[in-house]
Design a protein around this ligand. Structure first.
Ligand SMILES: [Zn+2]
Length: 253
């Protein structure tokens, strides 16, 4: 049985002191496949080293929507160069964050569109960050022949179905573990299992106060989703692993 973490920042500075230990714990817990999200040169270098060592690790690079105070178009040229040079498997995370960074909305749209265009050109899937921006996200992804993942999904079942129709997978994180989170459970119960992914967003989004989230913790999210769907761990693991693998084949919509 293989578990997957469809979104983690293993290259993050927060793991500089204990990255090897974190990865060992991850592998010991069966989390053999993961998407390593890199939104800086530091993260990219640390992640390339891991990707080269672990065949189940995929590399995703991007300019994050929360990082657009500097909207110099040269950053896009540099990104494209980096994607080719490091043989990235995916562009991500890219998207729109009107919740934390409403002041850069216009630049976010421009950079999201440019990265979708790049994904179409390079034949790569995308990992999409969308906060308080569902409708704009949907309308923008409709314009590009690209597939991918909607990361850390927190929207409605109806909206999830519209993303699925565009060829996207829906990834759920630790928010399902919060005692009063009814919405993700409702979406998970109602959506097709062949479009579901599971992620930690480590080191972020820990369900436990004061604990640094790590990929090994994804197991708890799997267990909760088994409960919601009424299926066993082996079945869920196999289905989600097949979904994970499918993201990286036939990437154009
Ligand atoms: Zn993230």
């Amino acid at each position: 049985m293989v578990l997957t973490d469809a979104h983690c920042h293993l290259g993050s500075r927060q793991f500089d002191e204990n990255r090897d230990e974190i990865v060992s714990r991850m592998i010991e817990n069966g989390v053999e496949k993961a998407i390593l999200i890199c939104c800086s040169r530091h993260d990219r270098l640390a992640s390339i080293a891991l990707r080269d060592r672990y065949p189940g690790f995929k590399l995703a690079c991007s300019i994050h929507p929360q990082d657009l105070e500097d909207d110099d178009p040269q950053r896009l040229t540099d990104l494209k160069e980096a994607l080719v040079e490091c043989r990235a498997d995916m562009i991500g995370e890219t998207g729109l964050d009107y919740y934390s960074h409403p002041h850069t909305k216009e630049a976010q749209i421009r950079f999201f569109e440019a990265q979708l265009e790049m994904a179409a050109e390079l034949g790569l899937p995308v990992d999409v960050h969308s906060r308080k921006a569902s409708l704009d996200t949907l309308n923008i992804i409709k314009k590009y022949p690209v597939k991918g993942i909607i990361h850390s999904y927190s929207g409605s079942l109806e909206m999830a179905q519209l993303f699925i129709k565009q060829g996207y997978y829906i990834a759920f994180g630790a928010s399902v573990l919060f005692p009063n989170s009814k919405k993700p459970a409702h979406v998970i119960a109602g959506m097709p299992l062949d479009r579901l992914l599971i992620e930690t967003d480590a080191p972020y989004q820990s369900p436990i106060k004061g604990h640094t989230h790590e990929p090994a913790d994804v197991k708890a999210i799997y267990e909760k989703i088994c409960e919601i769907r009424g299926i066993g761990m082996n079945e869920l693991a196999d289905r989600v692993e097949a979904n994970f693998d499918r993201v990286f084949i036939n990437t154009t919509a």
